[in-house]
Design a protein around this ligand. Structure first.
Ligand code: PLP
Length: 489
């Protein structure tokens, strides 16, 4: 055990001081009445500043992030987050304001919301956006609330069902259920696309809409999208677009032009704001013209006087979905990203993310099973190894083993066992921010692992060999996490 593997509590020594609070300049008496004040001091570790700095710096190095290495986590778009975003977000002009300040004093902030709305409308082909949702799944729920409100305002109360493809991201059926809809699944065909004939049989006056993503979760473009949009609209339903991974389409195709009525984007995926660890995020929701009145409030508008205002009430809104207007710091980082790239280079994002994914797929498909061939978009799915090395009493190497082994080589694992359509799914999304050299090293390592599996799968069964944590019991870690020092000793 290295000395820094200890918990911060284990460094504690009575009397050590890491930080002293400034003296209270206003009063000698405590600010809290004794009825609510703590009776005994908090049992905090007593450590010096250098102990704290070393402890947390070492801890950060035991982790993996997009600043430390390649992170091909499918459906998560772990692109590099340019540091200019952080520089802009840290400017005092933004970081010392309060959401209850008078409109007149935050015109610049409101202008960012306004301009960002115009940019996203141009990128997606939808007409109006709200920035209030704080995550992708929160955006889905918001979009479904808009759909519900739209049908309600038309006096159409029979629409209780949402159709979701079997390849959908798990948040889609979950959001529909949370919003009070009944979820109906539509199957995919052998080629990974929605079965349009099956969809047709599900459409009637009880369907509120369909939730889809295009390219779908297998990274495949739904070529029948025009036909699907026509059928759903003819049945009186709406089309919801899960745009969490808008990456491959940027500057190339627009969901609005495909016939989608409502969508969300994940600024914390496609638009390069950092993510992981539970937030903060931003899941703006866009709508087509006929749904504008149902957008949640508050919302920034530009008045005839040229000033920006916050609209707070209109009688038709789907309601309020967050305390104020979402995570401004995230929106600002995404706005910086859009302005830094501009129209021309946003298009390259889409093109390069598709090129990178296809390059990896074609370079590995002789050693990893590719269940659905052809050109993919920004990501693709393998279904385990071609030769998993199984023999006599030795079981073959699984997708989990491959993912664990990758960690030994300094790469983050791809998404595994998702989507649920294949038993050994490995979902790879390189993103456009990686160089060809990085993609080549990844391909080389993936080929090396396939060779190891074929020759001696036990190397993989026991991986990772070099990481601080090896194979924790993931279920126990999720169900019974040890979060307190007292529980750990
Ligand atoms: C990530 C993702 C979501 C959920 O976004 P969160 O911000 O994690 O809530 C929804 N749909 C798809 C396709 C995603 O990849």
């Amino acid at each position: 055990m290295k000395y820094y593997d200890k918990l911060i509590f284990e460094f504690s020594k009575e009397g050590n001081i890491g930080y002293s609070l400034p003296r209270n300049r206003y009063s000698e008496t405590p600010l809290l009445p004794s009825s609510v004040a703590r009776e005994a001091p908090l049992p905090l570790p007593e450590v010096s500043e250098v102990d704290v700095v070393r402890h947390y710096t070492n801890l950060s190095q035991m982790n993996f992030g997009v600043d430390t290495g390649f992170y091909p986590l499918g459906s998560c778009t772990m692109k590099y987050n340019p540091k200019i975003n952080e520089e802009i977000a840290a400017m005092p002009a933004w970081n010392s304001i309060h959401p209850l300040q008078d409109e007149d004093t935050v015109q610049g902030v409101l202008e960012v919301y306004y301009n960002m709305e115009k940019s996203l409308a141009a990128i997606t082909g939808l007409s109006k956006f709200t920035f209030n949702p704080c995550a992708g799944a929160h955006g889905e729920l918001t979009g479904l609330m808009i759909m519900k409100r739209y049908h309600e305002l038309r006096g159409d109360s029979a629409r209780k069902k949402i159709i979701v493809p079997d390849s959908a991201h798990g948040t889609n059926p979950a959001s529909a259920a949370v919003c009070g809809f009944e979820v109906v699944e539509v199957k995919s065909l052998e080629n990974g696309r929605i079965d349009v004939a099956a969809l047709e049989t599900l459409l009637d006056e009880t369907v509120a809409g369909i939730m889809m993503t295009n390219p779908n979760t297998l990274g495949l473009f739904e070529t029948e999208i025009k036909e699907i949009a026509t059928l759903v609209h003819k049945a009186g339903g709406l089309l919801y677009y899960d745009g969490a991974n808008m990456n491959p389409l940027m500057g190339v195709v627009r969901p609005g032009d495909m016939g989608f009525d409502i969508m969300h984007l994940n600024l914390h995926k496609t638009f390069s704001t950092p993510h992981g660890g539970g937030g903060p995020g931003s899941g703006p929701v866009g709508v087509a013209k006929h749904l504008e009145a149902c957008l949640p409030l508050p919302h920034v508008v530009k008045g005839e006087d040229g000033k920006f205002h916050i609209e707070k009430e209109n009688g038709t809104t789907a309601g309020k979905v967050s305390g104020f207007m979402g995570n401004f710091g995230v929106i600002l980082r995404a706005y910086t990203y859009i302005l830094m790239l501009g129209k021309q280079h946003l298009r390259s994002v889409g093109q390069l993310s598709v090129l990178g994914a296809n390059y990896i797929k074609e370079s590995l498909k002789d050693v990893y099973k590719l269940p659905i061939g052809g050109v993919c978009k920004h990501e693709f799915v393998f279904d385990g190894l071609v030769n998993d090395g199984a023999h006599d009493d030795v079981p073959g190497a699984t997708t989990l083993d491959v993912a664990k082994r990758l960690l030994d080589f300094g790469f983050h694992a791809p998404t595994i066992y998702f989507p649920l359509l294949f038993h050994q799914a490995i979902m790879i999304e390189p993103t456009e921010t990686e160089s060809k050299e990085t993609l080549d090293s990844f391909i080389e390592v993936m080929r090396e692992i396939a060779k190891e599996a074929a020759e001696d799968p036990n190397i993989l069964h026991e991986a990772p060999h070099n990481t601080p944590v090896r194979r924790p019991d993931e279920t126990a870690a999720a169900r019974n996490p040890i979060l307190k020092y007292q529980d750990a000793i």
